[in-house]
Design a protein around this ligand. Structure first.
Ligand code: GLN
Length: 192
């Protein structure tokens, strides 16, 4: 069974663990750098990206995760997507920069900052997983404001990219770990 790390310092790491089990993989809740050697890929969960940055620095995990991402697959949801983007605004923030995307934090504003919608994912996503609409939970989500040539958009909401892959890496600005549809996790497991 594939072993997948879930960064477990803060945020909804437990939901990712359950989603991985539903998709047929074994989660490893990563809190120490040594655990990175045991896993084939790493999930950066939703939560608060600035807090995760502080905790990664404190635990000495920032550089080891940056190194991990240079050779192995990473999947970031919401705050995790922010951590993987090349450029972060609102406010500017440090990141691993493994995805050639620009992202704006908390971009949906305060009034309607969380919602559940049905997406029509790209044909390619459906062909590689299974056909059908994709339920997407947005919670104080960022918006992807720019996608460079190396990155591929697999789903959009309201004209903005919400599921993007680049080679071995994947990001979602929504929370696939909070629904029973395993297709996004399955897509990531295929990269391992
Ligand atoms: N608003 C959070 C951030 O900026 C992300 C929210 C989430 O992960 N649900 O990091």
């Amino acid at each position: 069974m594939k072993k997948v790390g879930v960064l477990s310092l803060q945020g909804d790491f437990a939901a990712h663990g359950r989603a991985l089990e539903r998709a047929g993989a074994e989660p490893v809740y990563v809190r120490e750098r040594e655990q990175l050697a045991q896993v084939d890929g790493l999930i950066l969960p939703g939560g608060e990206s600035s807090t995760m940055l502080t905790l990664m620095r404190y635990e000495g995990l920032f550089e080891p995760i940056a190194d991990f991402g240079r050779t192995r697959p990473m999947f970031g949801t919401c705050a995790g997507a922010i951590l993987m983007a090349k450029s972060v605004t609102h406010p500017e923030q440090e990141s691993f920069g493994v995805m050639d995307i620009a992202i704006e934090r908390n971009a949906y504003g305060r009034q309607i900052d969380s919602r559940v919608v049905k997406l029509d994912p790209a044909e390619e996503f459906q062909a590689r997983t299974a056909p059908g609409k994709l339920e997407a939970v947005f919670i104080r989500a960022p918006i992807v404001r720019g996608v460079e040539a190396g990155a591929k958009v697999l789903a959009e909401y309201d004209g903005d990219p919400v599921l993007v892959e680049q080679g071995r890496h994947l990001i979602a600005t929504f929370h696939p770990e909070l629904t029973s549809d395993s297709r996004v996790h399955q897509l990531f497991l295929e990269k391992l």
